[in-house]
Design a protein around this ligand. Structure first.
Ligand SMILES: [Zn+2]
Ligand SMILES: [Zn+2]
Length: 374
């Protein structure tokens, strides 16, 4: 175990839309913290958004690696263990954590001012001699990071780390939204709007949950083809002039005897479509927005008729100790296909190319790999 400050290569968002790959310094872990040598980090659209956050900060929030050093008081983890990082770090002590909703932790999300913000781990990283932050208190686009021990979950050695890393955001969000948020039951019907990384994870979750009919909705023929490969039973293409998805919704209702599906998931990332899934569900059905849009969208109250529910789940209700081992088991027994989700792997220096590919939708998931991890 090294208790020295170490140099590492990392991607730094500058706060003005640009980023650089450069050398940073990472301190040894403080009390309750762990230093992780990252093996792989998945990319998602949030990483692109983070370029505009107040910087500079180390980018990245999906990652898997190996424990390199343990801080004082961390007893349930050991050096050399393979771990997955989670970005909604539960404190384990607030009201929401005590209620078993650690993904909504009041401390991590800064809701309860008396708790303060849990940014103790935000020290410990410097660039050009100055302390800098890390995205989601993780900063996985770096060879090394220091995080709170609660951000880590052990994963089986048999699971390749370049597959494991994507469990930490997009896959968890998609699969968890199906199982924990929508509480989909065997035989239910589901529509998935948008067949990128999150949408395909929704489809995989629905298949694992035993859904009878999984209707994929996408503009691109390629998206629909992928959807079929991951378990969609039906596909509906979106016509170019169908900007509100009214025609697509009508086509999905036709497939379900005019009623609409039990659950519809929006996974497009397009602001104006945030409420679109309401038009795909039956009376009393559940519409979910899982792509994390934040821009304004208008909705007709009639779309909520009758007794429809609308949810914007956070992180698929992620409880790391429950969900990551389960996802890893499904990946190992072949039910959760991660191999075909990771369509391209890059070295850290190819991050500009990887970000271009992210924005153009060329990958399902692109993964950055760091060399020489056990
Ligand atoms: Zn908490
Ligand atoms: Zn993400």
């Amino acid at each position: 175990m090294s208790l020295a400050t170490l140099a590492a290569r990392g991607a730094i968002a500058l706060g003005d839309g640009r980023f650089v790959v450069d050398t940073i310094e990472v301190d040894p872990p403080g009390p309750g913290e762990v230093r992780v040598r990252l093996a792989a980090a998945g990319l998602c659209h949030t990483d692109h958004q983070s370029l505009g956050w107040p910087g500079p900060l180390v980018m990245g929030h999906e990652g898997a690696g190996v424990i390199e050093a343990l801080g004082e008081g961390v007893e349930h983890l050991a050096l050399g263990q393979r771990v997955l990082l989670n970005w909604a770090i539960p404190c384990g002590r607030c009201v929401r954590c005590a209620a078993g909703e650690g993904h909504l932790c009041d401390r991590t999300h800064g809701v309860d001012p008396s708790l303060g913000r849990s940014d103790a781990a935000e020290g410990g990283t410097r660039w050009l001699g100055r302390p800098i932050g890390r995205a989601f208190r993780l900063g996985t686009l770096s060879e090394l990071t220091v995080v709170r021990a609660e951000a880590l979950t052990r994963i089986p050695a048999a699971l390749p780390l370049h597959h494991a890393c994507i469990l930490g955001c997009g896959v968890m969000t998609g699969v968890g939204s199906v199982i924990h948020s929508a509480k989909v039951q065997p035989g239910d019907s589901v529509a998935v709007i948008g067949c990128g990384g999150v949408g395909l994870s929704v489809i995989q979750g629905a298949r694992i949950a035993g859904v009878g009919r999984i209707v994929a909705v996408d503009r691109r023929a390629e998206g629909l083809e992928r959807a079929r490969a991951f378990g969609a039973t039906d596909t509906v293409g979106v016509h170019e002039d169908d900007v509100e998805l009214r025609q697509a919704a009508a086509a999905v209702r036709l497939l379900t005897g005019g009623r609409g599906v039990d659950h519809a998931f929006e996974a497009t990332g397009v602001d104006r479509l945030a409420f679109a899934p309401l038009r795909f569900v039956r009376h009393g059905g559940t519409a979910l927005q899982v792509s994390g849009t934040r821009g304004a969208a208008s909705v007709d109250p009639v779309d909520f008729w009758w007794d429809k529910r609308y949810l914007v789940p956070l992180y698929g209700g992620c409880q790391p100790d429950r969900d990551f081992p389960q996802l890893a088991r499904w990946a190992l027994d072949g039910r959760l296909d991660l191999q075909r989700m990771v369509t391209r792997r890059y070295g850290l220096d190819a991050l500009p190319q990887a970000m271009d590919d992210l924005l153009s939708g060329r990958n399902i998931k692109g993964v950055i790999e760091f060399g020489d991890v056990a």
